[in-house]
Write a protein that binds this ligand. Structure first.
Ligand SMILES: Cc1cc2nc3c(=O)[nH]c(=O)nc-3n(C[C@H](O)[C@H](O)[C@H](O)COP(=O)(O)O)c2cc1C
Length: 213
Protein backbone atom coordinates (compact mmCIF):
# COMPACT_ATOMS: atom_id res chain seq x y z
CA UNK A 1 0.00 0.00 0.00
CA UNK A 2 2.62 2.55 1.04
CA UNK A 3 4.98 1.26 -1.67
CA UNK A 4 2.42 1.84 -4.42
CA UNK A 5 2.03 5.46 -3.24
CA UNK A 6 5.82 5.84 -3.13
CA UNK A 7 6.05 4.46 -6.66
CA UNK A 8 3.37 6.71 -8.14
CA UNK A 9 4.41 9.91 -6.33
CA UNK A 10 6.40 12.34 -8.42
CA UNK A 11 7.01 16.06 -8.43
CA UNK A 12 4.15 17.81 -10.22
CA UNK A 13 4.88 21.35 -11.39
CA UNK A 14 1.98 22.08 -13.76
CA UNK A 15 -1.47 22.43 -12.26
CA UNK A 16 -5.02 22.72 -13.59
CA UNK A 17 -7.45 25.41 -12.40
CA UNK A 18 -9.40 22.89 -10.30
CA UNK A 19 -9.46 24.03 -6.68
CA UNK A 20 -8.58 21.67 -3.86
CA UNK A 21 -11.28 21.11 -1.23
CA UNK A 22 -10.38 22.26 2.26
CA UNK A 23 -11.09 18.76 3.58
CA UNK A 24 -8.36 17.40 1.28
CA UNK A 25 -5.89 20.07 2.36
CA UNK A 26 -6.67 19.23 5.98
CA UNK A 27 -5.87 15.54 5.37
CA UNK A 28 -2.51 16.49 3.86
CA UNK A 29 -1.75 18.75 6.83
CA UNK A 30 -2.81 16.00 9.24
CA UNK A 31 -0.26 13.64 7.69
CA UNK A 32 2.43 16.24 8.43
CA UNK A 33 1.20 16.90 11.95
CA UNK A 34 1.32 13.18 12.76
CA UNK A 35 4.86 12.64 11.45
CA UNK A 36 7.54 11.34 13.84
CA UNK A 37 10.18 13.66 15.29
CA UNK A 38 13.13 13.74 17.65
CA UNK A 39 11.80 13.05 21.19
CA UNK A 40 8.44 14.07 19.69
CA UNK A 41 9.51 17.73 19.67
CA UNK A 42 7.51 18.59 16.50
CA UNK A 43 9.46 21.80 15.73
CA UNK A 44 7.23 22.78 12.80
CA UNK A 45 4.51 25.18 11.77
CA UNK A 46 2.57 24.90 8.51
CA UNK A 47 1.14 28.01 6.88
CA UNK A 48 -1.54 27.41 4.25
CA UNK A 49 -1.28 30.07 1.56
CA UNK A 50 -3.95 30.68 -1.08
CA UNK A 51 -3.62 34.45 -1.59
CA UNK A 52 -2.20 35.18 -5.04
CA UNK A 53 -0.18 38.14 -3.77
CA UNK A 54 1.66 35.90 -1.29
CA UNK A 55 2.16 33.13 -3.88
CA UNK A 56 3.64 35.72 -6.27
CA UNK A 57 6.10 36.91 -3.61
CA UNK A 58 7.05 33.31 -2.77
CA UNK A 59 7.54 32.59 -6.49
CA UNK A 60 9.93 35.54 -6.72
CA UNK A 61 11.77 34.32 -3.59
CA UNK A 62 12.16 30.94 -5.32
CA UNK A 63 13.88 32.48 -8.34
CA UNK A 64 10.67 32.59 -10.40
CA UNK A 65 9.66 28.93 -10.12
CA UNK A 66 6.23 29.05 -11.75
CA UNK A 67 4.75 26.11 -9.87
CA UNK A 68 4.76 28.34 -6.77
CA UNK A 69 2.56 31.09 -8.19
CA UNK A 70 0.41 28.64 -10.22
CA UNK A 71 -0.28 26.24 -7.34
CA UNK A 72 -3.80 26.18 -5.93
CA UNK A 73 -2.33 26.08 -2.46
CA UNK A 74 1.17 26.49 -1.07
CA UNK A 75 1.98 24.99 2.31
CA UNK A 76 4.87 26.92 3.87
CA UNK A 77 6.83 24.56 6.11
CA UNK A 78 8.52 26.45 8.91
CA UNK A 79 11.17 25.34 11.41
CA UNK A 80 10.38 26.80 14.82
CA UNK A 81 13.44 27.06 17.07
CA UNK A 82 11.38 27.89 20.16
CA UNK A 83 9.86 24.39 20.01
CA UNK A 84 13.11 23.22 21.62
CA UNK A 85 12.81 25.51 24.67
CA UNK A 86 11.63 24.43 28.11
CA UNK A 87 8.10 25.81 27.67
CA UNK A 88 7.30 24.00 24.44
CA UNK A 89 9.52 20.91 24.61
CA UNK A 90 8.61 20.49 28.29
CA UNK A 91 4.90 20.55 27.46
CA UNK A 92 5.28 17.76 24.90
CA UNK A 93 7.37 15.70 27.32
CA UNK A 94 4.82 16.22 30.12
CA UNK A 95 2.16 14.69 27.83
CA UNK A 96 4.12 11.46 28.08
CA UNK A 97 3.72 11.62 31.85
CA UNK A 98 7.41 12.35 32.54
CA UNK A 99 8.27 14.01 35.87
CA UNK A 100 9.87 17.48 36.12
CA UNK A 101 13.37 16.15 36.88
CA UNK A 102 13.34 13.89 33.80
CA UNK A 103 11.94 16.72 31.65
CA UNK A 104 14.66 19.10 32.90
CA UNK A 105 17.28 16.45 32.18
CA UNK A 106 16.08 16.10 28.58
CA UNK A 107 15.64 19.82 27.92
CA UNK A 108 19.12 20.70 29.25
CA UNK A 109 20.89 17.76 27.58
CA UNK A 110 23.25 18.48 24.66
CA UNK A 111 22.63 14.97 23.39
CA UNK A 112 18.85 15.29 23.36
CA UNK A 113 18.35 18.99 22.76
CA UNK A 114 20.40 20.69 20.01
CA UNK A 115 19.42 24.14 21.24
CA UNK A 116 22.00 23.60 24.02
CA UNK A 117 24.66 23.45 21.30
CA UNK A 118 23.81 26.54 19.26
CA UNK A 119 21.75 28.04 16.43
CA UNK A 120 23.40 26.02 13.68
CA UNK A 121 22.72 22.70 15.42
CA UNK A 122 19.15 23.76 16.16
CA UNK A 123 18.60 24.66 12.52
CA UNK A 124 20.13 21.39 11.36
CA UNK A 125 17.98 19.25 13.65
CA UNK A 126 14.84 21.26 12.97
CA UNK A 127 15.30 20.84 9.21
CA UNK A 128 15.83 17.12 9.80
CA UNK A 129 12.49 16.90 11.61
CA UNK A 130 10.64 18.90 8.97
CA UNK A 131 11.78 16.43 6.34
CA UNK A 132 9.58 13.75 7.88
CA UNK A 133 6.53 15.99 8.01
CA UNK A 134 7.05 17.14 4.43
CA UNK A 135 7.56 13.54 3.24
CA UNK A 136 4.37 12.41 4.95
CA UNK A 137 2.45 15.28 3.36
CA UNK A 138 3.71 14.43 -0.13
CA UNK A 139 2.51 10.84 0.32
CA UNK A 140 -0.91 11.90 1.59
CA UNK A 141 -1.20 14.37 -1.31
CA UNK A 142 -0.51 11.45 -3.67
CA UNK A 143 -3.13 9.34 -1.88
CA UNK A 144 -5.62 12.19 -2.33
CA UNK A 145 -4.80 12.46 -6.05
CA UNK A 146 -3.26 15.90 -5.57
CA UNK A 147 0.00 16.75 -7.33
CA UNK A 148 2.71 18.46 -5.35
CA UNK A 149 6.26 19.70 -5.52
CA UNK A 150 8.64 20.32 -2.65
CA UNK A 151 10.42 23.62 -3.24
CA UNK A 152 13.55 24.27 -1.23
CA UNK A 153 15.45 26.61 -3.54
CA UNK A 154 14.45 29.97 -2.14
CA UNK A 155 15.82 33.05 -0.45
CA UNK A 156 16.12 32.06 3.20
CA UNK A 157 18.62 31.46 6.00
CA UNK A 158 19.69 28.17 4.36
CA UNK A 159 20.56 29.41 0.89
CA UNK A 160 21.65 32.91 2.00
CA UNK A 161 20.85 34.21 -1.50
CA UNK A 162 18.99 37.43 -0.67
CA UNK A 163 18.60 38.71 2.87
CA UNK A 164 16.24 41.40 1.65
CA UNK A 165 13.91 38.94 -0.10
CA UNK A 166 14.11 36.47 2.80
CA UNK A 167 13.07 39.27 5.16
CA UNK A 168 10.16 40.29 2.90
CA UNK A 169 8.87 36.71 2.91
CA UNK A 170 9.26 36.43 6.68
CA UNK A 171 7.23 39.61 7.17
CA UNK A 172 4.52 38.45 4.76
CA UNK A 173 4.21 35.11 6.57
CA UNK A 174 4.44 36.64 10.05
CA UNK A 175 7.62 34.76 10.94
CA UNK A 176 9.86 35.89 13.78
CA UNK A 177 13.67 35.58 13.83
CA UNK A 178 13.36 32.18 15.58
CA UNK A 179 11.37 30.76 12.66
CA UNK A 180 12.86 29.68 9.33
CA UNK A 181 10.91 28.95 6.16
CA UNK A 182 12.54 25.69 5.04
CA UNK A 183 10.34 24.27 2.27
CA UNK A 184 7.25 25.07 0.29
CA UNK A 185 4.85 22.35 -0.73
CA UNK A 186 3.07 23.48 -3.88
CA UNK A 187 -0.24 21.71 -4.42
CA UNK A 188 -2.65 21.35 -7.34
CA UNK A 189 -4.24 18.81 -9.63
CA UNK A 190 -1.84 17.82 -12.40
CA UNK A 191 -2.62 19.56 -15.67
CA UNK A 192 -1.92 16.64 -18.00
CA UNK A 193 -1.46 13.58 -15.79
CA UNK A 194 1.10 11.14 -17.13
CA UNK A 195 3.37 8.62 -15.41
CA UNK A 196 7.07 9.46 -15.33
CA UNK A 197 10.06 7.17 -15.00
CA UNK A 198 11.73 7.16 -11.59
CA UNK A 199 15.29 8.29 -12.15
CA UNK A 200 17.26 6.99 -9.20
CA UNK A 201 20.72 5.61 -8.41
CA UNK A 202 20.93 1.81 -8.59
CA UNK A 203 20.55 -0.41 -5.51
CA UNK A 204 24.28 -1.24 -5.76
CA UNK A 205 25.21 2.42 -5.55
CA UNK A 206 23.27 3.15 -2.39
CA UNK A 207 22.72 -0.07 -0.40
CA UNK A 208 25.46 -1.85 1.52
CA UNK A 209 25.53 -4.64 4.03
CA UNK A 210 27.68 -4.39 7.17
CA UNK A 211 30.03 -1.77 5.60
CA UNK A 212 30.57 0.36 2.52
CA UNK A 213 32.98 -1.45 0.20
C1 LIG B 1 14.31 19.15 0.00
C2 LIG B 1 13.87 19.22 -1.43
C3 LIG B 1 13.91 20.43 -2.11
C4 LIG B 1 13.49 20.52 -3.43
N1 LIG B 1 13.50 21.73 -4.05
C5 LIG B 1 13.00 21.84 -5.31
C6 LIG B 1 12.90 23.11 -5.94
O1 LIG B 1 13.30 24.13 -5.38
N2 LIG B 1 12.36 23.16 -7.18
C7 LIG B 1 11.91 22.04 -7.83
O2 LIG B 1 11.40 22.18 -8.95
N3 LIG B 1 12.00 20.82 -7.26
C8 LIG B 1 12.51 20.69 -6.01
N4 LIG B 1 12.57 19.46 -5.40
C9 LIG B 1 12.04 18.28 -6.11
C10 LIG B 1 13.18 17.39 -6.63
O3 LIG B 1 13.80 17.98 -7.73
C11 LIG B 1 12.58 16.02 -7.00
O4 LIG B 1 12.02 15.44 -5.84
C12 LIG B 1 13.64 15.06 -7.56
O5 LIG B 1 14.14 15.55 -8.77
C13 LIG B 1 13.07 13.66 -7.79
O6 LIG B 1 11.97 13.69 -8.66
P1 LIG B 1 10.52 13.20 -8.22
O7 LIG B 1 10.09 14.01 -7.03
O8 LIG B 1 9.63 13.45 -9.40
O9 LIG B 1 10.60 11.74 -7.87
C14 LIG B 1 13.02 19.36 -4.10
C15 LIG B 1 13.00 18.13 -3.41
C16 LIG B 1 13.40 18.06 -2.10
C17 LIG B 1 13.32 16.74 -1.37
Amino acid sequence: MVMSTILSRKSVRKYSDKPINNSVIEKILEAGRLAPSWVNVQPWKFIVVKAQETKDLLCEACGGQNQVKNAQVVICCVADFDSWNKTHFGKVLAQKGLDDTTIDGIVTSSLLNPSNLGEYETLLRSVEQLTYAVSYMTLEAEEQGVGCCIVGAMANELTKTSDEMAQKVKEKLGLNNRQVLVDLLTLGYEENPKPTKKLRKSVEEVVFYEKIN
